[in-house]
Design a protein around this ligand. Structure first.
Ligand code: ADP
Ligand code: TRP
Length: 352
C-alpha cells in the first residue's frame, strides 16, 4: 500500500514563491508516488480573524492556485478543511489529552500571542504566560490560537498520514503531532495513529529569501513575489531588489542581499546561468542589472503559465465546486473511519 501524504496551507492570501518552493512544488511531485491529500486550512486561518467578506475568496484563490500549479484532482484528494466536520469533532476529543503548558511553550503561539497583546520583545525568557493570564477580555489571546497545534495534529492524524511536506517553520508542530499520537496510542493501549515525519526530496528544507535583503519571503514580511503577479509588477519587484555597491576585489564574500538573489537564481535558473553570474561576481565583472533581468525572466517562466491557468480556473466556479466536493467526499470517508475508531477506544458509544 502507498504511504499517505498530507499537507495544507492556510487561506490567508495568494501564494508566493516561498509557498511554491517550500510546499506546493513538492506536493505536485509527490502526487504520482503517494496516496496524497492536500487541503486549504481555512479553520486555521480563523485564528487570526480574517475579514469574513474575504475568507471565501481566499479559499477559492488557493484552490485555483493548487490546480494551476499542477495538482491533479484525479491523483490527489484536494479539499477544504471546513468541509470535513469530523476534524472539529476529533479536535475536541484530542484536546482532552493535550497539555495547556506544552501548547503555551510552542514558539508560534508565543509569537502570535505577543502580536495579539502588542508586545515587541521576541526574547524567549519574557514571561508571556503571566501576561496572558493577566489580560482583560478586551485584549485577549484567543483559545483557538493556543490550540492551533491540536487542530493541525488532527488534520494529519485523522488521515493517518505518514509524510507531511512542510517548510522548516512547521517542524515544531510536527513534533507535537508525533507526541500527541504516541500519547494517545499508549494511553489507550492501541496502535491507532502512525507518527508522521516531514518530507523533503533529499537535502535540507528550502527557505526562500525575500527581495528586501532580510530573512525569508513571507506574507507578513511584505516582501513577496506572488505566483499571480502580473508580468510588469513582477519585473518591477525584481529590479528593485536590494543589492550592494558590487564586489570591490576578486573573490570577495557575498553580502546577504546579494546572496539572496543568487539563492533565488539557483531555484529558478539553469546551472549554466548560475555559473555565469557566480563567475562574474568572482571576477568583479558582474552587473546587478543584468542579474536581475535574467532572474525576472526565469521567475516569469515558472509563474506566468501558473498565473494564466489560475485566472482561468478562478473563473470556473463549477469546476472548482466539483473538485472540492469530490475531495470532501473522499477526505470525509477516511476521516469518519478514524473518528469511529477513536470514539470506540475512548468508550463513546451510542444507545440507539
Ligand atoms: P507565510 O509565512 O507567507 O504566512 P504560510 O505560513 O501560510 O506562509 O506557509 C505555508 C507553507 O509554505 C508552509 O509549509 C511553509 O513552511 C511554506 N513557506 C512559507 N514561506 C516560505 C519560505 N520563505 N521558504 C520556504 N517555505 C515557505
Ligand atoms: N500550520 C500550517 C502552516 O501554517 C498549515 C497547516 C494546517 C498544515 N494543518 C496542516 C500543514 C496539516 C500540514 C499539515 O503552514
Amino acid at each position: 500500500m502507498k504511504e499517505v501524504v498530507l499537507s495544507g496551507i492556510r487561506s490567508t492570501g495568494n501564494l508566493h514563491l516561498g509557498n511554491y518552493f517550500g510546499a506546493l512544488s513538492k506536493f505536485v511531485r509527490m502526487q504520482n508516488d503517494y496516496d496524497c491529500l492536500f487541503f486549504i486550512a481555512d479553520l486555521h486561518a480563523l485564528t487570526t480573524h480574517p475579514d469574513p467578506k474575504s475568507l471565501h475568496g481566499n479559499v477559492k484563490d488557493i484552490i485555483a492556485e493548487y490546480l494551476a500549479a499542477g495538482l491533479d484532482p484525479e491523483k490527489a484528494t484536494i479539499f477544504v478543511q471546513s468541509d470535513v466536520p469530523e476534524i472539529p469533532e476529533l479536535y475536541l476529543l484530542l484536546n482532552m489529552h493535550v497539555g495547556i503548558g506544552e501548547l503555551m511553550r510552542t514558539a508560534s503561539f508565543k509569537d502570535k500571542a505577543r502580536k495579539a497583546l502588542g508586545i515587541k520583545s521576541d526574547n524567549d525568557n519574557d514571561d508571556i504566560e503571566k501576561e496572558i493570564i493577566g489580560t482583560d477580555s478586551n485584549k485577549r489571546v484567543n483559545a483557538g490560537l493556543l490550540t492551533y497545534p491540536t487542530l493541525m495534529a488532527v488534520d494529519i492524524l485523522i488521515q493517518k498520514a505518514h509524510k507531511v511536506p512542510v517548510g522548516k517553520d512547521q517542524e515544531q508542530h510536527l513534533e507535537l503531532t508525533r507526541r500527541f499520537a504516541r500519547r494517545f496510542n499508549s494511553f489507550y493501549g492501541v496502535d491507532l495513529f502512525p507518527e508522521p515525519t516531514n518530507f523533503d526530496f533529499g537535502g535540507a528544507p528550502v527557505k526562500v529569501p525575500g527581495l528586501d535583503g532580510s530573512g525569508k519571503m513571507g506574507k507578513s514580511e511584505g516582501n513577496c513575489i506572488y505566483l499571480a503577479d502580473e508580468e510588469k509588477v513582477l519585473r518591477k519587484k525584481v529590479m528593485r531588489a536590494v543589492t550592494d555597491e558590487g564586489p570591490q576585489a576578486p573573490n570577495s564574500p557575498m553580502a546577504q542581499p546579494v546572496q539572496n538573489l543568487f539563492t533565488l537564481l539557483e531555484l529558478t535558473s539553469t546551472p549554466d546561468v548560475v555559473k555565469h553570474f557566480t563567475d562574474a561576481y568572482a571576477d568583479c565583472s558582474i552587473r546587478y542589472g543584468d542579474l536581475k533581468k535574467q532572474l525576472a525572466e526565469d521567475i516569469l517562466k515558472i509563474t506566468l503559465p501558473i498565473r494564466e491557468r489560475y485566472l482561468e480556473i478562478r473563473d470556473n466556479d463549477e469546476y472548482i465546486a466539483r473538485v472540492v466536493k469530490q475531495g470532501a467526499e473522499r477526505a470525509r470517508e477516511r476521516a469518519a473511519k478514524t473518528l469511529a475508531e477513536v470514539r470506540d477506544v475512548m468508550g463513546i458509544k451510542r444507545f440507539w
